[in-house]
Design a protein around this ligand. Structure first.
Ligand code: ADP
Length: 259
């Protein structure tokens, strides 16, 4: 579905991502992991059409995304940034409606269909109970659900997230990732997300891309990527990798050893 070929990109003519080639299959739940500053967000932004490659190409179903019309691409892939600054007191439902912009005519009036889609998505994301509240007054977990809802009304097959649960407590983290799992498994959305927490990545993702210093250190299924040797080499710390007996997914436990 998405093919990344020899991608190099970055800022101010300095390559952060260096010659990455990777395929992302339809229906997968891909986690981009790696140390702070490894280039996870930079890679995701480039996949989302927001950071033009210096070299290489990114194809969506065979078309170069940087040659596609912006409005057409916005109907195929949505992007949820990290720490999105919101400084206007929109109501939750108005804010979610902004996600319908790519579908509206030049006058940007919402149609009955737009309202129906927003309603449906608010039910799914459990945001309906605070639909009329001011977005600036929500808790971190509620706010993230609203941001996800805004992405969902865009009705794209691929949804990308930059650290969707940063700063959230473990309960809110689990509830967001369960929502993403339902989107992936039940609604057949392809999900690509940067993710800090290796256990969440291990539990919820089907595939992982481990980035180290702007290059792919390894990629594959979660079990393939989350092996102690690779994790220790990249993160420069000792870990034990176990298997969750219920889900059969890998669990990474840091072990602090003084040497
Ligand atoms: P990660 O998501 O893995 O923490 P990032 O992709 O955010 O890493 O950052 C990778 C590198 O790119 C870092 O060295 C960071 O300082 C640099 N960088 C990120 N955003 C910008 C920017 N807008 N301008 C210049 N450099 C940036």
């Amino acid at each position: 579905m998405i093919q990344i070929k020899n991608l190099s990109c970055g800022y101010n003519n300095v390559s952060i991502i260096k010659n990455i080639s990777i395929d992302i299959k339809e229906g997968s739940f891909v986690g981009i992991i790696g140390k702070n500053g490894a280039g996870k967000t930079t890679l995701l932004k480039s996949i989302a059409g927001l950071l033009k490659p210096y070299c290489g190409n990114i194809y969506f179903d065979g078309s170069d995304i940087y040659e596609m019309k912006k409005n057409l691409f916005a109907k195929k892939l949505s992007f949820m940034p990290q720490n999105m600054p919101i400084d206007f007191p929109f109501t939750v439902k108005d804010f979610i409606m902004f996600g319908r912009f790519p579908y509206m005519n030049i006058f940007k009036y919402a149609s009955t269909n737009d309202y129906e889609i927003v309603e449906k998505v608010m039910t799914f994301t459990e945001t309906k109970s605070f639909a009329d509240r001011n977005i600036l007054e929500l808790s971190g977990g509620e706010r993230q659900k609203v941001l996800i809802a805004q992405n969902l009304v865009q009705q794209t097959d691929v949804i990308t997230f930059d650290e969707p649960t940063s700063h959230l407590d473990i309960g809110s983290q689990a509830s967001i990732f369960k929502l993403l799992r339902t989107l992936n498994q039940k609604h057949k959305k392809t999900i690509i997300t940067t993710i800090h927490d290796l256990n969440t990545a291990g539990e919820f993702c089907s595939h992982l891309i481990l980035i180290d210093n702007g290059s792919v250190f390894s990629s594959g299924t979660t079990t393939e990527v989350l092996n102690y040797k690779d994790i220790e080499a990249v993160y420069n710390t000792t870990v034990v990798v176990k298997t969750n007996p219920v889900s059969n997914k890998p669990v990474v436990i840091p072990v602090f050893i003084e040497k």
